[in-house]
Design a protein around this ligand. Structure first.
Ligand code: F3S
Length: 388
């Protein structure tokens, strides 16, 4: 990969160890993917924050970086961590875990990363300009950024997004290049999509059937930001998809795939375990202000039935903005947690046995890594079955 004189100096350690370490990571990735050079980025979204996921090795890596006085040089936001930073005791987190998670947060803070702790950075001020290059490392946010915001990012890992934030650059390959962003499959939808779960099932089904594609989803209707967020998360769950198209005209003749109700039902079956859920989780990806508002309206003057939990996940930014509605939800017996989610927090500590969610991503990962059973549920069923 071609390096400028300045970048050569960085690599030679002339700007200190932190910068040297960061550019070494970028050069290694650039060499693997045969990138031509490094390009400037406007922002970074950094994953690998939960102590539950990264453990002591991850903690050491981050502290080492921050102790070398590494500093980010572009807007840098953080993915969810492994607990609500205020209500961790309520979640069953012990003191040792808390302290280690806080050391991770402090390391990021020292490097200048905004402690947003959310997978929806675009709801809390990290909104890349259309056409800009970014280095984001949360798969759902990567799909959303490429497809809805029209920014350009590869699916980064936590360390590479952090390295990019420190250098302000990323290797120029993959989805940074316009020629690699063209659709290569035409997906026709022959069923009515109404709810967030429908959009999530569509994403999961496309990822299941054409896992390495850039689909053009033809005839997508009834969508809003929250439904596109649900679709983005699910596309990256069952497949390796980092981008889709849903607007504009297609010039080339593309291979076709038709998705009907039956295909969505197959996905629903695949993700549904037997048994009755005792915990409902909403907010994968993290809830928007509008979603909190909608949920609060739906449960106003109702009470969650005994022995059930309804946990809602969002960012601190949205939590504070929607505080009035958060109170309504809490009064109805729900819990609104921020900074973390059902997947990156050790949800076994909740004491519940079977989680249900309207997100295919949440169900897929809770079922595979947490030890809880998991299944899909429509919000309308949540309100009718779990409230009195
Ligand atoms: Fe976000 Fe957690 Fe889902 S990070 S996309 S809420 S698994």
């Amino acid at each position: 990969m071609y390096l400028t004189k300045e970048e050569e100096k960085m690599l030679d350690g002339e700007y200190g160890l932190a910068i040297q370490k960061a550019i070494q990571i970028l050069v290694a990735i650039g060499d693997i993917f045969e990138a031509e050079y490094l390009i400037n980025i406007e922002s970074a979204q950094i994953s690998g924050v939960s102590y539950y996921n990264i453990g002591d090795a991850g903690l050491e890596f981050l502290e080492e970086f921050s102790n070398l006085n590494a500093k980010v040089v572009v807007k840098s936001t953080l993915n969810p961590c492994g607990m609500d930073l205020d209500r961790w005791r309520e979640m069953g987190i012990d003191q040792e875990y808390y302290e280690k998670q806080m050391r991770i947060i402090k390391a990021f803070e020292k490097m200048g990363v905004e402690i947003t702790c959310t997978c929806t950075p675009y709801f809390v001020g990290n909104i890349p300009r259309s056409g800009s290059h970014i280095a984001w490392s949360e798969s759902s946010a990567v799909v959303f950024a490429n497809s809805v915001l029209n920014a350009k990012t590869n699916r980064e890992g936590g360390p590479s997004a952090l390295a990019s934030a420190i250098i302000g650059k990323t290797p120029y390959y993959g989805l940074h290049k316009d020629e690699n962003r063209l659709p290569n499959f035409l997906v026709k939808i022959e069923t009515n999509l109404k709810t967030n779960l429908d959009f999530s099932l569509l994403g999961y089904t496309i990822g299941r059937l054409i896992p390495s594609s850039i689909p053009y989803i033809y005839g997508l209707k009834n969508y809003d930001v929250d439904k596109l967020k649900a679709l983005s998360a699910a596309l990256a769950t069952s497949g390796n998809i980092s981008m889709f198209h849903f607007k504009g005209k297609i010039k080339d003749k593309l291979e076709k795939l038709t998705i009907d109700k039956k295909e969505l039902e197959i996905s629903r079956e695949m993700l549904s375990m037997n048994g009755e859920p005792d915990l409902i989780c909403i907010g994968c990806p993290h809830c928007s202000y509008n979603e909190i508002l909608y949920l609060a309206k739906a449960v106003k003057k109702k009470k969650l039935k005994k022995n059930y939990g309804l946990w809602i996940w969002t960012s601190k930014g949205v939590f504070l903005r929607a505080y009035k509605h958060v109170k309504i939800l809490e009064n109805a017996g729900c819990k609104v947690f921020k900074d973390t989610c059902m997947v990156v927090y050790p949800i076994k500590l909740s004491g519940y046995k079977h989680m249900a969610s309207n997100s295919c991503k949440a169900v897929n990962y809770v079922a595979s890594i947490s030890g809880l059973k998991a299944s899909l549920i429509e919000l309308s069923d949540v309100f009718s079955k779990f409230f009195e």
